[in-house]
Structures are given as structure tokens and as C-alpha cells.
Design a protein around this ligand. Structure first.
Ligand code: NAD
Length: 480
């Protein structure tokens, strides 16, 4: 770790009612996953803090919904400019608290700025409809902001996730109470600070941390909150959907995935290996769209497995602040025990460990890039999202067989296929039950394209015009 980056780590706090609150009765220790060192103490919200945030969000919404969209856009553009100007600082604190490489945290900070710019412009295109009626009368359909949003962002994209939870609702005219993950608070604080410095009115954004279940129960019970936006595991998502049902709040749920990768024997082998080794290493596999279940066609299976294992397991694992690191640590020690259980179970069931399969000695949550071959479908890794640097490989013979395997699970967030045959690409893209499909690519996130899943991977989308529509309600006005 560089001394500069350590020195840059800020005093932690919540932003409620226009004030930074840096102490509380309870706190959470924030740890650097690469070293095990303590970075700071995070104050956790009391019930009174949460009530204050709710009342602030109510005030903020009244003011912001009446603010012209052009003014809201100026705030978002200025916040985007500030994020870009501060990218070195923000990327350093994000790597300190989450672990991923500095190259990755720079990219996500720039992506967050891009998202703010996109929504600043997209909100100006919130059109309604005029319906044909007899002369002198009108029927109108208009879109209005849904209201105060409670948003829960996880730790795996410490800058971009908060950006996703804030950009579209703020553009739409909503206020937001944001609860990011307690593991990565400083990155979220930096995003909120950029909005404040850009002139976002005091009460439009509230930032709270706490005991997650306490915070979500408190906020979701309140009639002030009109929408819940959550990114995280399917289990927690189901719990929040149930809580939201009591007051019939709108929900956007971006939940777990288990992305299949279908590798046809007519793929460009070299490019496929490179794309997947890099794609799988992103944030050490702690990505909801990470390629996970690899189905490789018989004729190319052995060659793919050998080349992929050599490239992927050869990546340099280390502290994300070091320039030569290609894959950082896992974000917390829970993920290390999860990896050990998943690999142990696969071995017992007959899978071969071709590379990795263990943690690195020394401090920090480092797990080696791991390749499992001949993995039976009953193995846990083929059924539960590993959320770590494990690639599980199995064979297939025909397109139909690959589709059956890919669609076998109750998840449908991302799916990938690698082929040079356009017809085969079209057939599999149409057949995959998935919110997003990557053909010859693992890159699925773009400000202008909806990001979200089907089946138990969630509903609603973030990014793109769809992400804005999810923050708007429709009103029909009949005028005679
Ligand atoms: P977890 O299920 O305990 O937490 C996931 C996220 O949900 C965290 O950010 C946490 O703060 C939040 N959370 C947990 N309980 C909550 C509640 N009652 N109310 C509101 N928020 C709550 O799991 P974890 O150990 O932090 O992460 C591991 C699992 O989470 C992974 O296996 C993966 O499936 C899932 N996850 C998914 C994403 C994603 O991008 N979809 C991101 C992070 C984690």
C-alpha cells in the first residue's frame, strides 16, 4: 500500500439532513481486505437517525420534483465532472476498502461519471402522450417521479453501485436514502460528496449505514418511501420484496446470477481464452455477471481447458494498489470460507482441480484463480453462485444440450456464448433465459443499455432509458 493512499482514507460518516455525522453509539470496523489492517470506524444509524433521514427525504422530494429538469441535469453533469477530476483519489480509496485493482476502480469511477452524464440528458426526454379526443377536450399521459427511494448498494462495485442507485432517481426528480455496504463506505461517501459539491440541494440525498436488516425494516415500513432498489443476493432480495409488499412499494431488484458460458467448437480459441480469463478475473469473480459455468463443446474441450488454465491461473494476484497486480483479494473473509467449501465439495463429487484451489499464505483474503474440470451438475458450484475466482468447466455435444444446461437454474442475469458462426450466435442468444447475453464478450454494462435479470435474478432494470422509467410513475389526465 502506498502511504499516500492510506493517508487519503477519510474519516467515515453518514450524511443526514445536510450534515455529516461522524460518531454514533455503534460503529463498524472497516478493514483493508489486502492487508487485514483497519482503515476506519464507521458510525451506524440509530432509529432516530433513520427517522431524520426519512423526514429529510420527504422535504428533499418536495423541493426536487419542482426543480426544472434542466437544473437537475446541471447538477448531475457537474457531479460527473468532479468524479472525473477526483478519479485518482476515489479509485485509491475504493481499492483500499474493496481490494480490486486500481485499474478497475478507475474504470468504475469513470463509468459512474458516464452514468450521471447519461441520465442528465435522458431525463430531458421524459415525454408524455396526448391522446386523440373530440375537439376542445384532451387526455394526457404524463410521467412523474415515483417519490423518495430507499436504495441498498453492495460492496462489489463500491463507486458504480452507489452511482447506479443515485443517478436515475435524481435525474427523475426523486430523493434518495442510500445505504451502501458497510464494507465500502468511503467510496459511496465520495460519490455523495461529488453531488453535494455540484449543488445538489441538502435533502435530496441522505447517506446512512447501519445493521442492514434494521435499516431496511425501518425504511421499508415507512409510507414516505415509495420505491426500493436493491442489488445483492437473491435471498435478501426476496426478504425485501416481502417487506415492500406491506406498503405496496415499487421494487427494482438486481439479484444473484450464475452465468453460463457456452463455448462452441467454432469459436476463435485464442480470443475466447483471453476474453474469459480477463472477464473471470474482474474483481476476483465477485461480479453478479461473472462467467461461472463453462460448457465447452467436445471437439475443443481439451484445448480450451489447457489454454484457459494456463492463462487464468497465471494471473498475478496481489494488492490492488500495486501496478503489476492483475487480480486483487476477495472483499471479506466470508468469501474465503465460501471458496474453500465450494472447491472441497466439487472435489468430493469427482471434479479435477486443474489450477488454484487454495488461499494464498499470509495476510489478506487472497484466493488463487481456480479451474475445476469435469464438474458434475450436482456439485454446489454448478448450482449456487460462487461469487469468487472459480471457473467450473463441463462438456456438451449439441446446441440443444448446451441450451438445456444454461437454462437449468432458477437464475437468469447474464449468459455468454463464444462462436464465429452468426446463425449459431443468433440461435443461442434467442434461446438463453437471461436478462443479458454477451456473444464473444463479457462486457455487459453500459450507461445507455438496461442492466437486469429475469427469473430469480430479479426484475426491473438499471441503466438505459429503462432505469429512468423505473423511477417514474404514470398519471393519466382526462380533461373535457
Ligand atoms: P449478503 O447476502 O449478506 O449481502 C449482500 C448485500 O446485501 C450486502 O451489501 C449487504 O449489506 C446487503 N444486505 C444484507 N442483508 C440485508 C438486509 N436485510 N437489508 C438490506 N440489505 C441487506 O451477502 P455477502 O456475504 O455480503 O455477499 C455474498 C453474496 O451476496 C454473494 O454470494 C452474492 O450472491 C451476493 N451479492 C450480489 C451482488 C450483486 O451484484 N448482485 C453484490 C454483492 C453480493
Amino acid at each position: 500500500m502506498t502511504l499516500d493512499a492510506q493517508a487519503a482514507y477519510p474519516r467515515l460518516g453518514m450524511y443526514i439532513g445536510g450534515q455529516w455525522i461522524t460518531s454514533a453509539d455503534r460503529s463498524h470496523r472497516v478493514v483493508n481486505p489486502a492487508t487485514g489492517e483497519t482503515l476506519g470506524e464507521l458510525p451506524l444509524a440509530s432509529a432516530a437517525n433513520l427517522d431524520e433521514a426519512l423526514h429529510g427525504a420527504e422535504r428533499g422530494f418536495r423541493q426536487w420534483r419542482a426543480t426544472p429538469v434542466a437544473e437537475r441535469a446541471l447538477v448531475l453533469h457537474e457531479a460527473a465532472r468532479l468524479l472525473r477530476a477526483r478519479v485518482d483519489h476515489i479509485a485509491a480509496i475504493a481499492t483500499l476498502e474493496e481490494g480490486k485493482t486500481i485499474a478497475e476502480t478507475r474504470i468504475e469511477t469513470m463509468a459512474c461519471a458516464g452514468l450521471f452524464d447519461f441520465y442528465a440528458e435522458e431525463a430531458k426526454r421524459t415525454y408524455g402522450r396526448v391522446l386523440v379526443r373530440p375537439a376542445g377536450t384532451r387526455s394526457l399521459v404524463v410521467h412523474e417521479p415515483v417519490g423518495p427511494v430507499a436504495a441498498f448498494a453492495p460492496w462489489n462495485f463500491p463507486v458504480h453501485n452507489p452511482g447506479r442507485k443515485l443517478g436515475a432517481p435524481i435525474a427523475a426528480g426523486c430523493s434518495v436514502i442510500l445505504k451502501p455496504a458497510e464494507e465500502t463506505p468511503a467510496s459511496a461517501m465520495a460519490v455523495v460528496q461529488a453531488l453535494i459539491d455540484a449543488g445538489c440541494p441538502t435533502d435530496v440525498v441522505q447517506l446512512v449505514f447501519g445493521v442492514p436488516d434494521e435499516v431496511s425494516r425501518h425504511l421499508l415500513a415507512s409510507p414516505i418511501i415509495r420505491k426500493v432498489s436493491f442489488t445483492g443476493s437473491t435471498a435478501v432480495g426476496k426478504h425485501l420484496i416481502r417487506l415492500a409488499a406491506d406498503t405496496v412499494k415499487r421494487t427494482t431488484m438486481e439479484l444473484g446470477g450464475h452465468a453460463p458460458v457456452v463455448i462452441f467448437d467454432d469459436c476463435d480459441l485464442e480470443r475466447t481464452v483471453e476474453t474469459l480469463a480477463i472477464g473471470k478475473s474482474r474483481n476476483a469473480g465477485q461480479v453478479c455477471v461473472s462467467p461461472t459455468r463453462f460448457y465447452v463443446q467436445d471437439a475443443i474441450h481439451d484445448r480450451f481447458v489447457a489454454a484457459f488454465t494456463q492463462r487464468y491461473c497465471g494471473l498475478k494476484v496481489g494488492n490492488g494498489l500495486h501496478a503489476d497486480t492483475q487480480m486483487g483479494p476477495l472483499a471479506n473473509s466470508r468469501r474465503i470460507s465460501a471458496m474453500a467449501e465450494i472447491v472441497g465439495d466439487a472435489e468430493v463429487q469427482g471434479a479435477r482441480v486443474l489450477g488454484g484451489g487454495a488461499r494464498n499464505d499470509g495476510p489478506g483474503n487472497f484466493w488463487q484463480p481456480t479451474v475445476l474440470a469435469d464438474v458434475p451438475l450436482t456439485a454446489r458450484v454448478m448450482n449456487d453462485e460462487p461469487f469468487g475466482p472459480i471457473a467450473a468447466i463441463a462438456r456438451f455435444r449439441t446446441l440443444d444440450e448446451a441450451v438445456d444446461q444454461a437454462n437449468r437454474l432458477p437464475f437468469g442475469l447474464a449468459a455468454f456464448a463464444f462462436t464465429e458462426n452468426a446463425r449459431q450466435a443468433n440461435l443461442i442468444a434467442d434461446a438463453l433465459e437471461s436478462g443479458m447475453v454477451g456473444i464473444n464478450t463479457t462486457g455487459l454494462a453500459a450507461a445507455d443499455a438496461p442492466f437486469g435479470g429475469v427469473k430469480q435474478s430479479g426484475h426491473g432494470a438499471e441503466d438505459g432509458p429503462e432505469g429512468l422509467m423505473a423511477c417514474l410513475v404514470t398519471k393519466t389526465i382526462h380533461q373535457v
